[in-house]
Design a protein around this ligand. Structure first.
Ligand code: XBP
Ligand code: MG
Length: 248
């Protein structure tokens, strides 16, 4: 696909309008991490591991993107060598965790964050392209969006950059760079919405302007690099500068 080149003066003059809104998934489109945390603990219990991730530990562990990577990090950093488990056990525990998480999503325990549905509708109505950039799996995205939006993700989002498509998850920029490559977009044409510091760093390393709206586990984290700071996804509560920038 031929790479389009934007003229320097267009970029400098900010004449480059925002064509694509890129949404993080967990914590941004929906408050999912408490459901993930409960699913991890159920999987530990069903494997007779006396591990329990309370909210404080989980907040720390969320600095590591990816459920498998998170278990690995806990295994290596929190446990003595004699108590550590094998890579094979980690795979099995994550597989079971994902089953428990899927059950909770299917039972309706996870909903979109307030304002997200209307925001997506308004953006689509105004011909904005939409994409997702997430460290979780494509299956988790599909399940939740079918359950909450009653739509197939591909009918709403032009591209879904998910953890199973890249080697390096956030804070690496790879998930965002994959969106740019697949949709043939320049960073200046996009704006990212994130809830976490590692997500913010990931988007900024891809040179994408980023709005942060903290979620329950990321409140109080350092978001100094954010271009916009939100406290809700209700459009009428967006900073005026952001509404002008995305022309919504
Ligand atoms: C959040 C993550 C994911 C979830 C757990 O992704 O880091 O790993 O916490 O899901 P994002 P998995 O905020 O980028 O959407 O166990 O499927 O990884
Ligand atoms: Mg997130």
């Amino acid at each position: 696909m031929k790479k389009r080149k934007l003229k320097k003066e267009d970029i400098l003059s900010e004449r480059v309008g925002i064509q694509c809104l890129i949404f993080d998934f967990d914590g941004t489109l929906a408050e999912t991490e408490e459901a993930h945390r409960n699913a991890f603990n159920k999987a530990f219990n069903s494997n007779n591991l006396n591990w329990y991730w309370d909210k404080n530990i989980y907040k720390k562990l969320l600095q590591v993107a990816g459920g498998k990577e998170r278990i690995e990090f806990y295994n290596k950093s929190f446990l003595s060598y004699s108590k550590q488990i094998s890579r094979k056990d980690i795979e099995e525990i994550h597989f079971q965790k994902t089953k428990f998480y899927s059950q909770s999503v299917s039972q309706g325990f996870v909903q979109l964050r307030p304002g997200i549905r209307e925001f997506l509708e308004k953006a689509k109505y105004n011909k904005k392209k939409l994409a997702i950039s997430t460290s979780t799996s494509r299956d988790n995205v599909t399940l939740l969006l079918r359950s909450c939006l009653k739509e197939n993700p591909e009918d709403v989002f032009s591209f879904i950059s998910s953890g199973d498509l890249v080697e390096k998850k956030k804070p690496s920029p790879d998930l965002y760079k994959l969106v740019l490559a697949e949709m043939n977009l320049m960073p200046e044409e996009c704006l990212a919405f994130e809830d976490s510091r590692i997500g913010l760093i990931s988007a900024k390393r891809a040179n994408i302007e980023t709005a942060v709206n903290p979620s329950q586990f990321s409140i109080g984290d350092n978001f100094d690099e954010a271009d916009y700071f939100l406290t809700s996804f209700l459009l009428e509560e967006f900073p005026k500068s952001l509404r002008l920038r995305i022309a919504l």
